[in-house]
Design a protein around this ligand. Structure first.
Ligand SMILES: [Zn+2]
Length: 403
């Protein structure tokens, strides 16, 4: 299996230079940097004989082979602000390398293979995560094209700027066009690094509930309002935040996070009248997500009642937990073993483009590569040895499905 270590290393450097500074990479969705990355990847694929195109949601594809359902392989090419060189990028680089290795070995494709670089997976600019794959698999939220970034530029406008129509929903493809989707991605947590194992196979992706909680108290003078007469929205919210932590700790494989909080009016001599905080609840199965949501709602109500103030919880998004395809999981376990790695099965606590394909009915498999230094930061690091192992395992899996 002739995965080319030098070629892979060179391309990691070339791609990370786009939007990069040192080991930090900023390549936001639908930015000029993301477009340059698409051009670079498209050029590599075209040079190997692929038919390359960009779709109306700015995903880049390179197709090898003729008609019929394709094996889709890839990941996303955008990053978070001041992210690293590997989140998303490594999956595209290894997909290009895995196909390149098969072509170098003169493996004929009995099925078409499409390499994809998804646009705007992170949602860091417009607030819609998994944008490109969501468009392809018909899972974009309503009105996505009108969502704007901080400068007021909408997705539709950003798409028109690069020459697309501005309607990302027309990127939708039928699930029947694909026989499988394979994605390699760095692990975003420390489990592989802690275990000293370079590869892991993803068995499923967590369910996520995002919500916004608004606590309404009464704004009052901080000096003149005696303690027993207050309706302090922030003090109530503080209790609620701790209740989220307690509720998540009480359930197996559940996590709950309050990552944003705002206080109105926000002055040191005013009892807070209103407090708004975010809620991120996740678990590996649907019952646990629902249980956690129920427990958190009950705690918020109880705390509000005890303090005599009102609160509301608005659900902003809900992504179901997604078990990935068991046959492709086994294929990745075998492929990892063939390159000398007893890969553990892992559950992904982060969302991935792979959930859109699986939810649309395309059998989907995911391979994790160890990252020391976590992810979404400039320190994320997939060692070249590990990246090569990942590319080889991916290439073997691709060969079995399409070769
Ligand atoms: Zn990613």
């Amino acid at each position: 299996m002739s995965v080319d270590r030098v070629r892979l290393e060179k391309r990691i450097g070339e791609l990370s230079a786009i939007g990069g500074s040192g080991t930090s990479v900023t390549r936001l969705g639908l930015s000029p940097e993301e477009q340059r990355a698409r051009d670079l990847i498209g050029g590599w694929l075209r040079a190997r004989g692929a038919t390359v195109w960009r779709d109306p949601a700015a995903n880049v594809y390179g197709r090898f082979g003729g008609a019929g359902p394709a094996i889709l392989v890839g990941s996303h090419i955008d990053s978070v602000p001041e992210g690293g060189r590997f989140d998303g990028a490594l999956g595209v680089l290894c997909a290009v390398e895995a196909v390149g290795a098969l072509l170098d070995d003169d493996v004929g494709f009995r099925r078409p293979v499409e390499v994809v670089g998804w646009c705007d997976e992170e949602g860091a600019r417009f607030g819609i995560g998994l944008f490109g794959s969501g468009a392809t698999f018909g899972r974009l939220p309503d009105g996505a094209a009108q969502r704007a970034d901080r400068l007021g530029i909408t997705i539709a406008h950003a798409l028109r700027t690069i020459g697309e129509s501005g309607d990302p929903t027309t990127a939708k493809r039928e699930p029947g066009e694909f026989a499988a989707y394979l994605e390699l991605h760095i692990e975003q947590g420390p489990r592989l690094a802690d275990a000293g194992i370079p590869l892991g196979v993803v068995s499923g992706i967590v369910g996520i509930l995002h919500a916004r909680v608004t606590v309404r108290g009464r704004q009052d003078h901080a000096g003149a309002t005696i303690m027993t007469a207050r309706e302090d929205a922030l003090a109530a919210a503080a209790e609620m935040v701790l209740a989220v932590e307690t509720a998540a700790r009480a359930l197996p494989d559940a996590v709950g996070t309050v990552g944003e909080i705002s206080v109105r009016p926000g002055a040191k001599n005013v009892v807070p009248g209103e407090c708004v905080f975010s809620l991120d609840l996740r678990a590996r199965n649907e019952q646990t997500v629902e249980q956690l949501a129920r427990d958190v709602r009950a705690a918020i109500r109880r705390i509000g009642d005890a303090r005599g103030l009102r609160s509301t919880l608005d659900v902003l998004s809900r992504v179901p937990a997604v078990p990935l395809d068991p046959k492709l999981r086994d294929l990745f376990l075998r492929s990892a073993r063939a390159v000398g790695v007893e890969a553990p099965e892992l559950f992904s606590g982060a969302g991935h483009d792979a959930e859109n394909s699986q939810l649309a009915g395309v059998p989907t498999g995911m391979l994790f590569v160890r990252s020391t230094g976590g992810s979404h930061n400039p320190n994320e690091l997939a060692a070249l040895d590990d990246a090569v192992l990942g590319a080889r395992a991916l290439s073997l899996a691709l060969k079995e499905l399409a070769g």
